[in-house]
Design a binder for this molecule. Structure first.
Ligand SMILES: Cc1cc2nc3c(=O)[nH]c(=O)nc-3n(C[C@H](O)[C@H](O)[C@H](O)COP(=O)(O)O)c2cc1C
Length: 227
């Protein structure tokens, strides 16, 4: 009898920036693609999630709270949650196999901490591990305008091998709702990870095609107005 295939999750770190819908769309996209996810939600992220969704994300009830936030059932092997204060968690070690990590949304504090290697909590430590192991790291900053310090931290992350992918939706994909703009950013993140999705309509070289040829078919999209 062969060994069961080792679980190799994408690690999603949610930090305390505005933009919980981006995290929700990425988590949904990974789960829709039947990819396992490990999850770290920083303490400040809980405030942003509560503010933006009304969901109180609690360590002791994370599965129910996550199911409420994502509005879907979470299977036993789908998601593994690690408390942000648990510096002994598996994801704090490079010996724990992951495909890589997405920090979405990334606060300027998380950007600074990861760029400087502070590891002040599990999210930052796991990102540091991802860099040292030369695995894929996608950082999705959400702040505007940027300070000089944040710009320098983002450049440091880029130079360290991370993909800096700002939460910057484009309008060329025919979006008609906020959710479609969110799905555009989530789709760009999944593109970097090599995860298939149909979260937005791709540019096909024809001006106005998105307006004439139908809107982006995002799976998490709410229906837009009739054309
Ligand atoms: C509701 C709320 C929204 C916030 N939005 C942002 C934001 O968009 N960008 C940002 O860099 N910080 C934002 N902050 C501040 C961060 O949460 C704060 O800097 C925190 O220390 C980040 O910690 P973390 O990186 O450990 O999550 C926000 C805070 C709250 C409470």
């Amino acid at each position: 009898m062969g060994q069961p295939t080792a679980r190799r999750p994408w690690l999603v770190g949610v930090s305390g920036a505005s933009g919980s819908p981006y995290a929700r769309a990425v988590l949904t996209g990974l789960l829709d693609a039947a990819l396992p996810v490990d999850l770290v939600v920083s303490r400040a992220a809980r405030l942003a999630i509560l503010d933006e969704t009304g969901v109180a994300f609690r360590d002791a009830h994370w599965r129910d709270d996550l199911a409420g936030w994502l509005r879907r059932d979470i299977g036993p092997d789908d998601v593994m949650h690690w408390p942000a204060g648990d510096l002994a968690a598996a994801v704090s070690s490079g010996s724990y196999p992951t495909r890589g990590m997405i920090v979405v949304p990334a606060s300027t504090a998380a950007v600074a901490g990861i760029a400087a290697g502070l590891s002040k909590d599990l999210l930052q430590r796991a990102a540091d591990v991802t860099l040292k192991e030369r695995r894929a790291l996608v950082v999705v900053p959400r702040e505007t305008p940027y300070t000089r310090a944040t710009l320098q931290h983002l450049l440091a992350l880029h130079e360290a091998g991370a993909t800096v992918l700002p939460a910057t939706p484009a309008c060329y994909a025919g979006a008609e709702s906020v959710q479609q703009l969110v799905d555009f950013v989530a789709g760009k993140i999944l593109d970097v990870l090599g995860v298939e999705h149909d979260l937005f309509q791709r540019w096909a070289g024809q001006l106005g095609a998105a307006r004439h040829g139908g809107s982006a078919a995002g799976r998490t999209a709410e229906p837009g107005p009739a054309r």
